[in-house]
Design a protein around this ligand. Structure first.
Ligand code: AMP
Ligand code: ZN
Length: 475
């Protein structure tokens, strides 16, 4: 079955037709690194990880790009309040650069624990100010941008010049409800948004991150970051762009206006959005007190895989209400799977090729994932096979291995040691070398990883690995 995905652009499930099957271009909006990610944010990155694995298992090559927002995201998505980095900097008495570095590292540590494959390209907003300024310059030349007084000549995007502005969100009321009306008198239209904030005489006294620009010293708006970085790494036509559902009315709407204004043609073919994780039936948000981090979940005696398993039990387009009871259930089920797998691996330590019966089950798991990432169905197919006494144990192990590749089950092994950051970076480099068919480099990195105690097994979505004793050094 070909890959089908629900496209927010058309509000329909569609067959996925890549621009280039050898290199699907996938852009995912990354974290704003002013605080720890909460487990709601992490649900969105697990959904994107499932998408990446599914694309790879469907036989397509891909480049997965994710940004790090380390400047310009104000308290409100609609240009109101202060830069979140500046607020964190004042709160923690550290420079915004230190804040960004700390929380970016914490974010990737969470992702490693959750089995989220590192994007092939991770790009920080603060490293791409020139690209953003160039894009703003093009928008100015094409008549989409204007400078307005009061707030010292910020540069705004004029949404009235982009007739399709409301097509994506389809809910104009929701946009107005975002508090964009009257937020800034300099805007010509309530939905206009800032491309470049200037500082002179501004309302941002704590803004330490700032750059010279043709419009005055200042900092970029949040939305332009993604448009500029996606263009740099993926070009002016991309296959898939993802994020959480809250990005539809403002951030992604604004990204479309900027990029399509700049390029003069449709920019993204498929938009995918993950639904929210709720806590007590309310949206979990970083700006609210008491949000749950992965560390809090670990401190409560669960593993990251227990949380990932819980996420997999719900479809990414449905809300998931977090509760400790449901996490208990996920823990029990995941642990049962690992115990069974451990017994079987002890009896059959050498992996076998799947027989015909196992291949049929693996195809069903892939078909479920290729049907708009239906992980609950994939899990039920897996469990049916695990409980089926007619299936031989080596076949069950082969199915489990494929399910691990499709769903990221942490190797279905309890107490698997964690990767170090260094090992993860080497794995990402090796993945890139394989994508580029640079086999000597891939072999070199395989040997480097073995030195660190990781034995690799190549899979479509990246490498799986298990720990071995590093080879003794020759003297
Ligand atoms: P942020 O770091 O705030 O920019 O958000 C990172 C990602 O998490 C974005 O794609 C958001 O849409 C997503 N997100 C925010 N809150 C939630 C939530 N409660 N559940 C799921 N995803 C969320
Ligand atoms: Zn974005």
């Amino acid at each position: 079955m070909p890959l089908h995905l629900f496209n927010t652009l058309t509000r329909q499930k569609e067959e996925f037709k890549p621009i280039d099957a050898k290199n699907v271009k996938l852009y995912c909006c990354g974290p704003t690194v002013y605080n720890f990610a909460h487990i709601g944010n992490l649900r969105t990155y697990v959904f994107e990880d499932l998408l990446r694995r599914t694309i790879a298992r469907a036989g397509l090559g891909l480049t997965h790009v994710m940004n790090i927002t380390d400047v310009g995201h104000l308290q409100s998505d609609a240009d109101d309040g202060e830069d979140k980095m500046a607020i964190a900097s004042a709160r923690e008495q550290k420079s915004p650069w230190e804040i960004a570095k700390f929380y970016e590292e914490a974010f990737f540590a969470d992702c490693r624990k959750l089995g989220i494959l590192k994007p092939h390209i991770v790009c920080r907003a603060t490293d791409h100010i020139a690209e953003m300024q160039e894009m703003i310059g093009t928008l100015e030349q094409k008549g989409f941008a204007y400078k307005a007084g009061g707030n010292q000549y910020n540069v705004y995007f004029d949404t009235a010049k982009f007739p399709h502005y409301r097509d994506f969100a389809r809910t104009p009321e929701a946009q107005e409800a975002q508090g964009r009306v009257d937020a800034d008198d300099n805007k010509r239209n309530p939905t206009d948004f800032v491309l470049w904030f200037t500082l002179a005489g501004s309302k941002y006294p704590n803004q330490i991150m700032k750059w010279q620009s043709p419009w005055g010293e200042g900092f970029p708006g949040w939305h332009i970051e993604c448009s500029a970085m996606a263009a740099k790494y993926l070009g002016d036509k991309i296959d898939i762009h993802c994020g959480g559902i809250d990005h539809i009315p403002v951030h992604h709407t604004n990204e479309i206006a900027q990029s399509e204004g700049c390029f003069g043609h449709q920019w993204v073919n498929y938009w995918l959005h993950g639904e929210f994780l709720l806590l007590d039936n309310d949206k979990m948000a970083k700006s609210k007190d008491g949000f749950l981090t992965l560390q809090k979940v670990l401190d409560a005696g669960y593993s990251a895989m227990h949380y990932r398993y819980l996420i997999l039990t719900a479809h990414y387009r449905g809300q998931l209400n977090f509760s400790w009871d449901s996490l208990d259930g996920a823990r029990a089920t995941y642990n049962t799977l690992c115990h069974k797998a451990d017994e079987w691996r002890a009896a059959f330590p050498v992996a076998a090729q799947p027989g015909a019966a196992a291949k049929t089950v693996i195809q069903k798991i892939d078909a479920a994932m290729q049907d708009d990432l239906n992980s609950p169905v994939a899990l039920s197919v897996l469990w049916e096979a695990m409980r089926n006494d007619a299936l031989a144990v080596p076949d069950k192990l082969a199915i489990l291995d494929a399910a691990d590749s499709a769903l990221g089950l942490g190797g279905a092994t309890l107490d698997k040691p964690e990767l170090t950051r260094e090992q993860e970076d080497y794995l990402a480099l090796r993945d890139t070398a394989r994508r580029e068919k640079n086999w000597p480099e891939a072999d070199r990195l395989r040997a480097v990883l073995l030195e660190t105690g990781l034995m690799l097994k190549d899979r479509p979505e990246g490498s799986s690995w298990y720990f071995v004793n590093p080879p003794a050094k020759k003297v």
